[in-house]
Design a binder for this molecule. Structure first.
Ligand code: B16
Ligand code: MG
Length: 217
């Protein structure tokens, strides 16, 4: 049985569903450029950085533009996205997440957030979860995106816990790979057929308990 001392969480798709807000904001931008950007295309942006997301959309539309213009567009998209984030409340936390975080802390486990989003702290504040995390590593703290393990290794280091004593909760394939590349355990959140590299997959946190961490080998 594995010894687990810390739980590390991805943000979008695990703690909150911000993907729908990202999609709406990118869709507005794509419409303005006459690029046909679908919800199916949006799957490719999950866990990916803001600038890389824009590159993917421009690739879909076969559009090229100078980098300075790309920065302007990405900034504008973020302003639109933040209008939705500002409206977020405690009610936007996905079912069971707050209870599981509280259970982790009561059991003496450390908790950290590991997200590609530069808005991660703001979102945690909006949904009133910031105080339940011992460490937050976000898109402003790392140079290498998932599947590079940097975001999770930094989190483990801040917690003072060895990678093999950490379990990562992830909804994206690149995030599961990042956990694996960092030598960590991983519990997938979502579809088991997609997250096949995880130790096991849960549909969400409603049935998740600290006792279930004993299933990790
Ligand atoms: P921002 P995660 C990721 O969050 C999202 O999944 C991804 O769609 C987004 O592009 C990225 O954050 C950057 O977000 O524009 O707020 O910096 O899943 O790593 O928590
Ligand atoms: Mg995610």
């Amino acid at each position: 049985m594995a010894t687990i001392k810390a739980c590390l969480f991805d943000l979008d798709g695990v703690i909150v569903d911000t993907a729908k807000f990202h999609y709406q904001a990118w869709k507005t931008l794509a419409d303005g450029l006459n690029i046909d950007f679908t919800e199916h295309d949006n799957e490719r942006l999950k866990g990916v950085s803001r600038m890389r997301s824009l590159e993917i959309i421009l690739e879909i539309g076969g559009v090229t533009m100078p980098e300075a213009e790309q920065v302007t567009l990405a900034t504008r998209k973020n302003e639109v996205y933040l209008e939705d984030v500002q409206r977020m409340t405690e009610a936007d936390v996905l079912p069971g997440v707050r209870r599981f975080l509280e259970e982790c802390r009561a059991a003496g486990l450390k908790t950290a957030l590991g997200s590609a989003s530069k808005n991660a702290r703001l979102i945690l504040e909006r949904v009133q979860l910031l105080s339940l995390f011992d460490a937050v590593v976000d898109g402003t703290d790392v140079a290498n995106a998932k599947p590079d393990p940097e975001v999770f290794l930094k989190g483990a280091e801040m917690l003072g816990v060895a990678p093999e004593e950490c379990v990562v909760f992830e909804d994206a394939v690149a995030g599961v790979e990042a956990a694996r590349n960092g030598g960590m355990h991983c519990i997938g959140v979502g579809d088991a057929s997609i997250l096949s590299d995880a130790d096991f997959v849960i549909p969400g946190f409603e049935e998740m308990t600290v006792a279930r961490l004993q299933e990790l080998r």
